[in-house]
Structure formats: structure tokens, C-alpha cells
Design a protein around this ligand. Sequence first.
Ligand SMILES: *Cc1c(COP(=O)(O)O)cnc(C)c1O
Length: 361
Amino acid sequence: MKYDRTYNFSAGPATMPESVLEEIRDEMMNYRGSGMCVMEMSHRSKMFQQIFEEAKQDLRDLMNIPDNYKILFIQGGATLQFSMIPMNLMKNGKAVYIETGAWSKKAIAEAKKVGEVIVAASSKDKNYTYIPDCSDLDIPEDTDYVYICENETIHGVTWATLPNTKGHVLVSDQSSMFLSKPCNVADYGMIYGGVQKNIGPAGMAIVIIREDLIREDLADLPVYMQYKTHADGDSLYNTPNCWAIYCCGKVFKYLKDLGGLEAMEKINIDKAKVFYDFLEESKMFTGTVVPEARSLMNIPFVTESAELDAEVIAFTKAAGFENLKGHKSVGGLRASIYNAMPKEGVEALVDCLKKFEAEHK
Ligand SMILES: *Cc1c(COP(=O)(O)O)cnc(C)c1O
């Protein structure tokens, strides 16, 4: 393999497109005649401004983001958003959350510190292996928003149809599925995600928020915690994560060149099918999620025992495949196959697992 790189199935930070890494390498010492690396550049410089504007425009093009939505780059990852969302969007102090796995659970815990949280549906009864029916939820009239984690990175469940919010604002954590398929932004009040799963380096969240949700009456909140601060300052209130913005911008261009999110989705469906077909066939490995809720990005699976799981991890690691251990909270195995994981990587992993199965009959 070129550069002796490994197939990295990490859930995040995760694999990036090789061509993007090569471009970054080529521009590392002297970005386009500036005589410096983007890391060394003022965030107010003309050169960085151009990187920044192009990144925003390319993301807007890719997701068809309507004009009445702002794109914000905010540090603190997706986790800071668990707090910023209730602090900014709870006008009546009440929100509905759907509990579908570890990440929505964390968001619920943080929102409870700010206001009343109604968990209107949960899949906890079956260990978060499905998406509950949310077509007719009991949603109080004065609910400020309905919150979902659209792709649960740890449990590997994803929403096939969005919940019926009965006219309330929908807020979605798309961290681990950002830009994996087309998305109708107008269906949401806010979409956000940490970028280190499916886009770029860690340390930043992208927030796409409908303008009318950005409040003017929150002057008592710490200034960094107000969406208004980031909107008014065009994400440059303080020094942003310039490096992450630059790398994400490269990935946006890479996705555009690929044919956009429709093309990316086709590739992702085709790629995930390789793995799910293998799980169907295998007598040793089983997927943990019901077929309707299976993620295209994170695939948790198990053998009959934790001991055998550990053997599989050692076997795959020796064969050059990294990070197949399931999250410590759920155990088992997990293959994260984000946008940048090539189909050949998935095929090679399947071959390796088949070999293991044959040797351990
Ligand atoms: C990783 C992840 C987070 C947390 O992201 P950080 O950037 O580490 O704060 C939140 N939600 C989902 C769905 C994730 O996968």
C-alpha cells in the first residue's frame, strides 16, 4: 500500500481522504506563495479569509443550505453543543429528546442541567439497537425543540425517517454522518456535528442554524456560549480553529469533485453492503442492530463471546487493520467506514474476517 498506511476503522478521529492529506502535505511549508503554513497565518489575513469564505460556500453548495441558515464554526467539539443548544434554544425551558444511544444520552444529561427534558421515546429497552417509532409522539405545545442524534456512533443506529415533530423545531446531531448523504436542511432548525468523524481534524463543530433561532436576549450567558456571538462575528469572534477549517474546506472540495452528496451516498451504500452482506452470511459474526436502523457509517458486531471478540481484534490488528474494538461501554467489535474509507478497505477487512472464521470453525 502507498505510504504503508493502515486501513483505519476508528470511530473518530478517523481516516481522511488520501488525496486531501497529500494536498495538505504539499501546501504545508509554503501555502500558495504566502511563505508560510496555514497554521502560521493570521485568521484576519486575506489569504485565510479566502480559505474561510470558500469553505463556507462549498459547504453551502454541497448541502444546498438555504440563505436563512447560518454556518458557524465553533470550538469545543460536539460536546459543547450539548450545553449550547439548551442554553440558547430553550425559550420556554422545555425540550423533547429522543434517546437512541450513548450520544443522545449525553446530550440529555447536559440539557437537564438547563431546563425540563421530556424523553418522549427511547430504545433503551433493547440496548439501543433500533429507532423507536416517532410518528405520533406526545409533544407539549410549548416545547422549544425536538432533539435527535441522527447517527449513534457507538450503537450504530441511524434514522431512516425523521421524527414527526408536530411543527416544532428539529435539532440533529449529525457528527458521525455529516456529508455522508444528501440532507434537506429546511427540515431542521439546527444541524450540527463535530468534524473529526466524517470530515476533518478534531477540535471543532460545524453548526448550521436557522437565523430566527439565534436569540438577541441572552446577554447574561457567557459570550462564547451565545450563537449570536458566533453569528455576528462570522465565526471569528475569537481565533477560530483555522487549521480545521482549512482541512474541512479541502474535504468539501473533494466531495464536490466526487459529484456531491448524491454520489457519496451511492458509494457509501455500496460499501456498507459489502460488510452487511458478510454479516448476513457469517455463522460467527452477527450485527447488533435491526436492519431498518443500520448505520452506513458505524457497524457494531459481535461473536458469541468477549474472548473470541478479543481474538478477532488481535487477528485483524496483526493483519494491518486498526481500531476494530467496540466502544468500551458496549464491548464487541465495530467497523467505522466513513466517507474516506475506500471500498477496498472494507473488502480487505471482510476477507480477513472470513479467514479468521475459517480458521476457528
Ligand atoms: C463523537 C461524537 C460526539 C462528541 O464529539 P466531540 O467533538 O468529541 O465533542 C457527539 N455526538 C456524536 C454523535 C459523536 O459521534
